[in-house]
Ligand binder design. Structure first.
Ligand SMILES: [Zn+2]
Length: 308
């Protein structure tokens, strides 16, 4: 992997929390802030790395709950910090419109925060010591942006590209768009031709050894498969949504777990897209069997638990 520019630090997190990119300089900035569950850890990581400097800017590739859950805590720790969100999201944040922010349909929790500035594709923004180009990155999320630093060849891809696999294509679930924007964003990334990609989840990966080329090929193959068999996307998304909930809460009483499943708008959408021929109960049994079978979730007499 090529070396990161000396002014960048990547805090590699996990699947519940996105990675965080700290841009050092006279005006330090953090890009993406993780899940609210880990907000105290995020503040601590940033505070330690800043070594007495104040955090000046907080920016987001997109506003899923795993990418902006630490923002409220960071704003409390550094009340003068300026917060940047993709342009169309700014009004949603100011009104805290939970449906527009997707926390309503996914039932995912996120601490409220505020924002002052818009990230506008086609413009650039200075974060830390570097100027970053902003590009629209629809596909996984219609409003997402990616940040590209041309002198260093560094791309912050958010969930538009990972080294392995692809994220859920949310616009396909809500019916607002298809799989094509995701493929278009991959073409944009190929055209930007980065030396190093810092993804939203997983380790940074580089051109060396063909890792970026392989990631593009793998993502295109997966999207082609989803395009040909959209029910497979719905199945994948349903499993991810359920696992994500248990990553957050870790354990639930059986009745609470069932009530959460029953009240999840996105799971009902996915039921319709995967196997509308099945009843809700039969469909849930079909989805849950492999999760319990492979130990992704565990259950005992009283509770469902997060597994491996
Ligand atoms: Zn996301």
């Amino acid at each position: 992997m090529p070396a990161l520019p000396s002014s960048l630090r990547v805090f590699q997190r996990d699947w519940l929390s996105s990675n965080n990119v700290l841009c050092l300089g006279e005006a330090p900035a953090l890009i993406d802030t993780g899940h609210v569950k880990h907000a105290d850890d995020t503040v601590r990581l940033v505070r330690e790395a800043l070594d007495g400097q104040a955090l000046i800017d907080i920016a987001h590739t997109h506003l899923h709950s795993d990418h902006c859950g630490g923002t409220g805590a960071l704003q409390q720790a550094w009340p003068d910090a300026r917060t940047w969100v993709p342009e169309p999201s700014l009004a949603h944040v100011l009104a805290w419109d939970e449906d527009a922010l997707t926390f309503g349909t996914t039932t995912q929790r996120c601490a409220r925060f505020t924002a002052q500035h818009a990230l506008v594709p086609g413009q650039s923004v200075r974060l830390g010591a570097l100027d970053w180009q902003l590009h629209a990155a629809p596909g996984h999320d219609a409003l997402a942006v990616l940040l590209f630093q041309p002198e260093h060849g560094v791309l912050i891809s958010g969930d538009a590209m990972w080294e392995h696999g692809v994220g859920i294509i949310f616009p396909h679930i809500d019916g607002s768009d298809g799989f094509a924007p995701f493929t278009d964003t991959l073409a944009l990334i190929e055209q930007l031709d980065p030396d190093l990609v810092i993804p939203g989840h997983g380790a940074p990966f580089g051109r060396q050894g063909g890792a970026i080329r392989a990631a593009l090929a793998q993502a295109r193959a997966r999207i082609a498969q989803f395009h040909d068999h959209p029910a497979q996307h719905a199945l994948y998304a349903a499993k991810v949504m359920i696992k994500y909930q248990l990553l957050d809460v870790e354990t639930m009483r059986h009745a609470d777990f069932q009530a959460w499943l029953d009240s999840s708008p996105i799971l009902h959408q996915l039921h319709g897209q995967h196997r509308p021929d099945l009843t809700w109960t039969a469909w849930l049994a079909l989805i849950l069997a492999p999760l319990f079978g492979k130990g992704v979730l565990r259950r005992d007499d009283t509770h469902v638990h997060n597994g491996v």
